[in-house]
Design a protein around this ligand. Structure first.
Ligand code: CP
Ligand code: NVA
Length: 304
């Protein structure tokens, strides 16, 4: 197992299975009110350069439930905001903390931090990847469907961090993934081509969302305007208008297709109210599972 969790590409299929098994075990323990404190005496640092609801709260509550504590650090309020180097910061924080979760812009910043840190570093979202989210998403699929074997997953919308982590997950777990992303907003070509080259399953990008969703077990989407892209709002709304997950699109898929969204949703843009709140939606189970997955990640990467 790696020291850090920077992206799903770095994990083996067995590592991902272990995270799912642990999450399932911890979820059962929590539901039955049984205490379990593998992080007793340990502290997680959480550095945020972007806003967050789910990631911050699930990691913070998760660390507490496992008997540890956490420190929330807003990037700008630390000396990082005044130019202290990433490497010096990582070296200092490693002397106080037992693990560090970071949400930042570039994957390179995260990698630089991890390479100077003596303690595990966990990706809480970068512009390129959001591994903890997709672990929770696929854990949800497994809970509902039993297995990822034979899964046909579809991702509609922006070829962003969520799309990239779905691509890495399809590669590592061996399920089929069809993406429908508009011209100019395709997934990163390095991430996509590497997965296509190395995967035994089918990972493709097609232009028509209605063709993509045929026979799908899962339809996932995400915002059209990610954090940091606010200035592109107008042109993005135009570019993505035919890629909305709405009732017509769901009707073109399987009756029991699961609709997923990492949240926050922009209702009326990438997804409609009717679909978010409809019978196919599993978005709130997905959100809950962030907690159980985060606890599994902390237990596996930080406790031992
Ligand atoms: N899905 C997700 O990461 O949500 P937050 O931005 O609220 O953490
Ligand atoms: N793609 C979105 C995901 C938010 C959880 C963003 O980066 O803002």
């Amino acid at each position: 197992m790696q020291k850090d969790l920077l992206c799903l590409y770095d994990l083996a299929k067995e590592d991902i299975s272990n995270i799912f098994d642990k999450a399932s075990y911890l979820k059962q323990k929590q539901k039955s009110g049984e205490e379990y404190h593998p992080l007793r005496g340990k502290t997680l640092g959480m550095i945020f350069e972007k806003p967050s609801t789910r990631t911050r709260v699930s990691f913070e509550v998760g660390a507490f439930q496992l008997g540890g504590s956490s420190v929330y650090l807003r990037w700008k309020d630390t000396q990082l905001g005044r130019g202290e180097s990433i490497s010096d910061t990582a070296r200092v924080l490693s002397r106080y903390l037992d693990g560090i979760m970071i949400r930042t812009f570039s994957q390179e910043t995260l990698e630089e931090f991890a390479s100077s840190s003596d303690v595990p570093v966990i990706n809480g979202l970068t512009d390129l990847y959001h591994p903890c989210q997709i672990l929770a998403d696929i854990f949800t699929v497994k809970e509902k469907r039993g297995t990822c074997d034979g899964l046909k997953a579809v991702y509609i919308g922006d070829g962003n961090n969520i799309a990239h982590s779905w691509i890495n997950a399809a590669l590592r777990l061996g399920f089929d993934l069809t993406l429908a992303c508009p011209e100019g907003h395709f997934p990163d070509s390095f991430v996509m081509e590497r997965a296509q080259r190395e995967s035994e399953s089918k990972i493709v990008n097609i232009s028509d969302p209605y063709v993509a969703v045929k026979g799908a077990d899962v339809i996932s989407t995400d915002t059209w305007v990610s954090m940091g892209q606010e200035k592109e709002y107008r042109e993005r709304i135009k570019a993505f208008k035919n890629f909305q997950v709405n009732e017509n699109l769901i009707a073109a898929s399987k009756k029991d297709v699961m609709v997923m969204h990492c949240l926050p949703a922009h209702r009326g843009e990438e997804i409609t109210d009717a679909v978010m709140d409809g019978k196919n939606s599993v978005v709130f189970d997905q959100a809950e599972n962030r907690l159980h997955i985060q606890k599994a990640v902390l237990d596996i990467f930080m406790a031992s």
